[in-house]
Design a protein around this ligand. Sequence first.
Ligand code: BES
Ligand code: ZN
Length: 602
Amino acid sequence: MSCKKPNQHNDLKTNDPHSYSKPEEAVVKHLFLDITADFERKIIHGCANLDIERKGNTKEIILDTKMLTIDSVYVTENKGKKYKATFRLGEGDSILGKPLHISIDENTQTVHVYYKTSPEAEALQWLTPQQTQGKKYPCLLTQSQAINARTWIPIQDGPGIRFSYSAMVRVPKELLALMSAENPVQKNKDGVYHFSMKQIVPAYLMALSVGDFAFAEISNRCGVYAEPSMLEKCKNELTETEEMIQLAEKMYGKYAWERYDILILPPSFPFGGMENPRLTFATPTIIVGDRSLVSLVAHELAHSWSGNLVTNANWNDFWLNEGFTVYFEYRIMEALKGRDYSEMLAILSQQELAITLEDLGEKSPDTHLKLDLKGRNPDDGVTDIAYIKGYFFLRLLEETVGREKWDGFLKAYFNENAFKTMTTEKFLDKLDALLTPEQKSAVNIQAWVYGPGIPANCPSPKSTLFASVDAYRQKYYEKGNWNQTETQNWNTHQWVHFLRGFPSPSPKEKIAGVDNVFHFTESQNPEIQGIWFEKALQAKYEKAYPAVETFLVNVGRRKFLMPLYKEMAKTPQGKEMALKIYQKARPNYHPISYMSVDEVLK
Ligand code: BES
Ligand code: ZN
């Protein structure tokens, strides 16, 4: 069953500090996943059938597992004989889980691991009907990045190891199953679904969701899945997606994954989006009615090149995934909506980066682009440094060599390294050939990549749309006589920028005054709610508290939860309020979110 393609070769020695596997000795080539989603026990059980390739004369293959129960392991020989194999779960640790050692020999073709997940699996969230939009059916969703695939599949779980996969998934008859693969467009009668992903992908891009989903087409290669009651709204919000794909292809080459669909999940999805190949998973908090938050789609789409085609070799090179993707995201948005629009996004990011730098400390090694996360959870590296410092570094390179030359370089980079892994060092080698000696010294690559903080030559974005917001805020702040005709055509980003410019804390009267005019407390736009509730909590503006609670109970996107819980945790009364809300809210959150909030409120 092993399918060998010319592009399947990759650098096997990945020096990945977050995987026990030794792909240079024995490596997974194809996975056939044969599983059942058991909603009653909140577990997945079944068999991972792994076609392997043995290098040299190793006597074992090592898989990553975490909180899995291994029931039995079989191997199939190349003559077709299947028999029980010896296996052993090693010591492991609380971050990485446990290595699964399986004995193999020169005849081993496939290993079959029969297993069950734990109800506590970090990748899995089992939603009750109450936690969905329709309130009628339960829902399951996975999140494998960074190292959670091993909590639902015994696999070699490092971004440097790629394999093709197929799957057979049994689910309750009234639900639809979807994966990061070729997908069905409607439910079938027996609740058994077959999937195939022919291209080779790393384990962190394995994804499954099971729920009451329906499909709507956007173009002949692109569409949206959502709960039926949301479907029309989602489709309308995301109609620009096909245009985005075309703009992206024009810049950096053909879209490599055939279809691009988006699954809009219930609000407890812990991230904004996840670039699962062929099927981006996204939060419903971008569905606001005016298409103002679709840059998130541009971001996840951009990962189809940066990340899914050219993949960070291990999580120390994470900025290669996210920095490139933010750069690409803004280029798509610039092509779609103009430079002034994409500059708004860049300025908002710049503001977030400043806060992150303050949190981490300007001298912290965690502010280097290239990280050293050995012994730590790779999630520690998921900060604005990888995303936004990474973005500004690439923007500086663009501004240094000129857009035309830079775009040619990037197009070749994606093309030549497709389905391969990339290290920071390999990328810098390529840069070396691009830049003149003068340009090299002007950029100072060393400082950007291996040094702390933000070098002084960081580009500075400019937006006339935001300049007018700043002028407006200044003009009316003192008197509080906010003129509403001037703000009539503002978009979400302008409102967010407007509110971020308020002092922290602002006087309660100011907050009450501006709420009387603009009714932020009643806003249904999560981006506006997020910043508004932060300002309201700082000002002790109690009128907003019930809305804060409703928001935190309903939304599980970590980006919105963290600032609000952190804000409340600053004072004893605030913390009391936070704990009260959290008691109600926690059962609605994905493990990834509640583990982060637990830390804040412990
Ligand atoms: N791949 C990330 C999400 C991720 C990163 C999950 C690391 C786990 C570990 C995804 O592409 C992403 O960056 N999502 C952002 C949205 C984006 C518009 C910046 C998010 O979820 O906020
Ligand atoms: Zn991303």
